[in-house]
Design a protein around this ligand. Structure first.
Ligand code: NAD
Length: 479
């Protein structure tokens, strides 16, 4: 039975590379029925700031599988990124981007590179929860959830198992962000134990990224939170040879979207110049995902053979290495002519074990014992001497709760701060219970009410909890 898929031809070079891609996969025997929708520039300019009409969402949700060409986001404010919206609305939690070199046919400094970046796609700083709190300070909330971590880490290990890879590496910055990145790392360690046959390791992101850019062959599958993955997946694609050659999959529990990683290259549009390889790589991942692994394998090996034959579009064409410079259509025809053939220098792929991954559903753990142990009051204050602020704020203490610390941008400035520490107008005043006392929500209300009467400008509060006796908050730097 044919699989119904939603196709959007996008803008710029989109229609040309989509036609080429569909022609190749259909010639290879893909059993698909196509339902086309319009997204992108025309829809944006017609006044829809999301770049997609409601009826198109219905089509995407009904068919579940979405192959999308790049779109042009019009210049000027107010237009929302269709990619970000699609990922979040459809719960596409995993962004998967294979980056491998095609040495010696496409120039790269890393001939042995063959890595897959698995990026968390829904949370982290991309929750987009931002606030200005004082004249001088804005904040962005970094949200990391246990289900978010479990889903992405499990996906990385299942992917590794299914595609016969050997190792999963986790990148975080948990030496600094002990709660958020700490949770990601902790979940990685927990889930790694369920896969004894797969090697696992953790790197701090800074040195890990440096190592990846310098010696990518040291890595196999790398899993990481959203922001790091966003940056490093582009680095990885670029050092593999060209961002124009990479595709990506966005996978959710119900729906999935497949695309090229590059944009709509408007200056190249309509000239039969563009390289369809990135979108074709997305389509190969799609074919694997829908279980048509034999077709995916046939397409991928024909594509590798075409690259190896030196049949190249202008973007990868290089005098001496390439044999023939071709346009989009001719490249597609060359791939079609190679269907059934295998590359001889490049390693042919074997997707025998491919297809959609089925993951264990997330099971919520029994709730921990949650105990209120303090509160941080964030205060907007234009003074510069923390001792003065401490004297002011101490006055709001209750019979149970006292001021224990003030920090400015995380650094302890009271008690015993350094006068060298630079301070902005954003102060965190930590209140803890006195020895032998407890703190309740009523104490917090009292603190706030006293602050109000003393005209202390509290801009937000953050409760401090212990979970099963373990502190669920960070100490002040220098505390
Ligand atoms: P781009 O990826 O479109 O182009 C960057 C460079 O790479 C250009 O020189 C272009 O000619 C070249 N290039 C890209 N793809 C190519 C291909 N397949 N074959 C040959 N050459 C190719 O990035 P940009 O110029 O920054 O963005 C152009 C438009 O694309 C913008 O409107 C941007 O918002 C949009 N965009 C869309 C997506 C998406 O839909 N997923 C992603 C990135 C950018």
């Amino acid at each position: 039975m044919n699989q119904k898929i939603t196709v959007a031809k996008g803008d710029g070079i989109g229609p040309e590379i989509m036609d080429a891609t569909l022609k190749i996969i259909v010639a290879a025997g893909a059993k698909i029925d196509i339902e086309e929708i319009e997204v992108g520039e025309k829809v944006y300019l017609a006044g829809n700031t999301a770049g997609i009409a409601k009826e198109s969402w219905d089509v995407i949700r009904r068919n579940k599988i979405f192959l999308k060409a790049p779109i042009t986001t019009p210049q000027g404010g107010g237009y929302k990124s269709l990619n970000v919206t699609t990922r979040k609305f459809l719960g596409l939690y995993a962004n998967v981007r294979p980056c491998n070199s095609l040495h010696p046919f496409v120039a790269t400094k890393h001939p042995e590179m063959d890595i897959v970046i698995v990026r968390e796609n829904e949370e982290d700083l991309y929750a987009g929860i931002e606030h200005q709190q004082t004249d001088e300070v804005v904040q962005c909330l970094k949200l990391i959830s246990r289900p978010g971590c479990e889903k992405i880490v499990r996906y990385a290990f299942e992917y590794t198992k299914q595609y016969g890879r050997k190792k999963v590496t986790c990148f975080t910055k948990d030496n600094i962000m002990k709660q958020t990145d700490g949770l990601f790392h902790q979940v990685f360690d927990e889930i790694a134990k369920e896969y004894p046959g797969i090697e696992n390791e953790h790197w701090i992101i800074d040195i890990g990224a440096a190592k990846m850019a310098d010696t990518p062959e040291a890595f196999d599958v790398i899993v990481m939170p959203n922001l790091y993955g966003d940056v490093l997946s582009d680095v990885a694609a670029q050092i593999a040879g060209s961002v124009g050659l990479a595709g990506s999959a966005n996978i959710g529990t119900q729906c999935a979207m497949f695309e090229a990683i590059h944009g709509s290259a408007p200056r190249r549009a309509g000239q039969n110049l563009a390289n369809p390889s990135g979108l074709l790589q997305g389509a190969v991942m799609m074919l694997n995902h829908i279980g048509q692994t034999d077709v995916a394998e046939k397409v991928q090996n024909a594509w590798l053979k075409t690259i190896e034959d030196g049949i190249h579009t202008y973007d990868v064409y290089k005098e001496g290495t390439s044999v023939k410079k071709v346009g989009t259509k001719e490249f597609a025809e060359a791939v079609i002519a190679n269907l059934g053939k295998q590359p001889t220098t490049l390693k042919p792929v074997n997707f025998a074990n491919g297809s959609a991954l089925t993951l264990k559903p997330y099971i919520r753990k029994a709730p921990a014992k949650k105990e209120l142990v303090g509160v941080d009051l964030f205060v907007h204050w234009n003074g510069t001497n923390p001792n003065e602020l401490a004297d002011k704020v101490k006055a709001i203490a209750t019979e149970n709760v006292h001021l224990s610390m003030i920090t400015n941008r995380g650094i302890k400035v009271w008690p015993e701060g350094f006068e060298e520490t630079f301070c902005t107008d954003h102060w965190r005043c930590r209140f803890k219970p006195l020895e032998g006392a407890n703190i309740s929500k009523a104490d917090i209300i009292t603190l706030l009410s006293k602050a109000q009467s003393l005209e202390i400008d509290v801009i937000k509060t953050e409760n401090l909890y212990n979970f099963d006796g373990k502190a669920g908050y960070s100490l002040g730097q220098g505390q």
